[in-house]
Design a protein. Structure first.
Length: 158
């Protein structure tokens, strides 16, 4: 793709056409990125109703403006220990195959515009489960951002 510049009317900034924007989220101090075009909402801690016999990754469901949304505990999905710091979590609502899902994360950061050319394949040292749900990585200043593939993240065995 050409490296032309266009004006992003929402922010009135010049943006290169070969970049993508990512909402950054954090789980256990690890930065993950979700393509901004997949994000519908960002929510503070929500009341979640448990779903009997649901897979362990499914935290339950919540009501978002009259729509039932399945809440996924990303920590459990990535086989990380539960939070024990007493802080509230946040949710990033994405839509996959026409269904809304709330991805429960520790915190939400900023939106980053990153060059497609800087996206790297998953390194062999990345945890196999993380490689399974990752679309690649970005090496940022002193930090690694794992790009989440939401379709693969939401595909798991019960």
């Amino acid at each position: 793709m050409a490296n032309d510049l266009v004006v992003d009317n929402a922010s009135r900034e010049m943006v290169a056409l070969d970049t993508q924007q990512y909402v950054t989220v954090f789980i256990r101090n690890q930065m993950f990125g979700i393509p901004v075009l997949q994000v519908h909402d960002i929510l503070a801690n929500q009341k979640i109703t448990r779903i009997p016999l649901a897979p362990q990754e499914v935290a339950g469901s919540l009501n978002l403006r009259g729509r039932i949304v399945t809440a996924i505990d990303v920590r459990r999905r990535l086989r990380l220990p539960p939070r024990d710091d007493g802080k509230n979590s946040m949710s990033v609502v994405v839509e996959v195959d026409g269904e809304p899902y709330s991805l429960i994360v520790d915190s939400v950061g900023e939106v980053l515009s990153l060059s497609d050319a800087k996206l790297e394949k998953n390194p062999s040292t990345l945890d196999p489960l993380w490689r399974e749900v990752s679309a690649g990585i970005f090496r940022l200043d002193n930090r690694l951002m794992v790009v989440l593939d939401t379709t693969r993240l939401l595909t798991f065995d019960s």
